[in-house]
Design a protein around this ligand. Structure first.
Ligand code: NCD
Length: 312
């Protein structure tokens, strides 16, 4: 299989073509099958990945590090911001230029929108955006897409409800861009102050996507194949009293689930706070921990592809 992602940065959900998505899904699916047979696919032996996280992370960082090690490569990590030279006032460009002397690719998470692009512009090795503030989170979108395909069997013409913090949630910002390639109809359910940015909605509609905004979670779920729940992003609020007003406003619990059709799939990028009650975990369509696992296969695919490796 040829890869169009060789040497490329992964920065934004709108950078992919359908052909890219197809190649990523095929490659991830190959790694998923291989890891059922063995612990490692030594495609990136000798290569080094650097992870630079300026914001907290559990899944994204550990799944990238797992992915690199399953590919036979090594990982170096900056550790916490407080323990690095960032604490001495080093600029982002200088930090990534330094790291590029050690590593073959960089994964970066940073609180500022546009920071991953800024990092990518400073170095020639591939930079993968693991979340730039309330901006984008494209690798999450790709693992979401892989999960949707696996759970529902197809990506075409789906009806998807996205809910929670659509203003600050970078996972949904990236996911809708990818979904727009597949003729999806989306229902956006959020409190008034956390609506999806108008410029994103306008771009989706320009691309022919049907976008409906509503405040009724139950009704939107009843019409959807899948509901994508997100956490209210407390850390992005400047006024915490505003957060208090909207926290817990949309919750998926057993009561809501009873009123829905029995095949609805539930995704969440995690971490969750209180927006999906733990009792829902037993429901067969609750796919968020399967989604976590898929993150390893998809990130293996991305690392292999940006480093120019192809699979059968
Ligand atoms: C998300 C993030 O960091 O944007 N987490 C993740 O990467 N799986 C979602 C969140 O923090 O709410």
């Amino acid at each position: 299989m040829t890869t169009s992602l060789k040497g490329k940065d992964i920065l934004h959900g709108n950078q992919f073509t359908k052909k890219d998505i197809d190649a990523i899904i095929k490659t991830a699916s190959y790694f998923e099958k291989e890891l059922k047979k063995k612990d490692q696919v030594s495609l990136l032996k000798g290569k080094i990945l650097a992870t630079l996280f300026y914001e907290p992370s559990t899944r994204t960082r550990l799944s990238f590090e797992t992915a690199m090690q399953r590919l036979g490569g090594g990982v170096v990590s900056m550790g916490s911001v407080e323990s690095s030279s960032v604490a001495k006032g080093e600029s982002l460009a200088d930090t990534v230029r330094t790291v590029a002397q050690y590593a073959d690719a960089i994964v970066i998470r940073h609180p500022k929108i546009g920071s991953a692009k800024e990092a990518a512009d400073a170095v020639s090795i591939p930079v993968l955006n693991a979340g730039d503030g309330a901006g984008q989170h494209p690798t999450q979108a790709l693992l979401d897409i892989y999960t949707i395909k696996k759970e529902l069997g197809s990506l075409n013409h789906l009806k998807i409800c996205l809910t929670g913090d659509l203003k600050n949630g970078r996972t949904v910002h990236a996911l809708v861009e990818v979904l727009s390639l597949f003729g999806a109809k989306i229902y956006l359910v959020s409190p008034e102050i956390l609506r999806m940015p108008v410029e994103i909605i306008a771009r989706l509609r320009e691309k022919g996507m049907e976008v409906l905004e509503t405040s009724d979670l139950k009704e939107a779920c009843q019409k959807s194949d899948l509901v994508y729940m997100t956490r209210i992003q407390k850390e992005r609020f400047t006024d915490l009293s505003e957060y208090e007003k909207v926290k817990g406003i949309y919750v998926i619990n057993e009561g809501l689930l009873k009123g829905l059709h029995k095949t609805i799939v539930i995704l969440h990028p995690l971490p969750r706070v209180d927006e999906i009650s733990p009792a829902v975990d037993e429901y067969s369509g609750a796919a968020y921990f399967r989604q976590v696992r898929n993150g390893v296969y998809v990130r293996m695919a991305l690392l292999a592809m940006v480093m120019g490796k192809t699979v059968k």
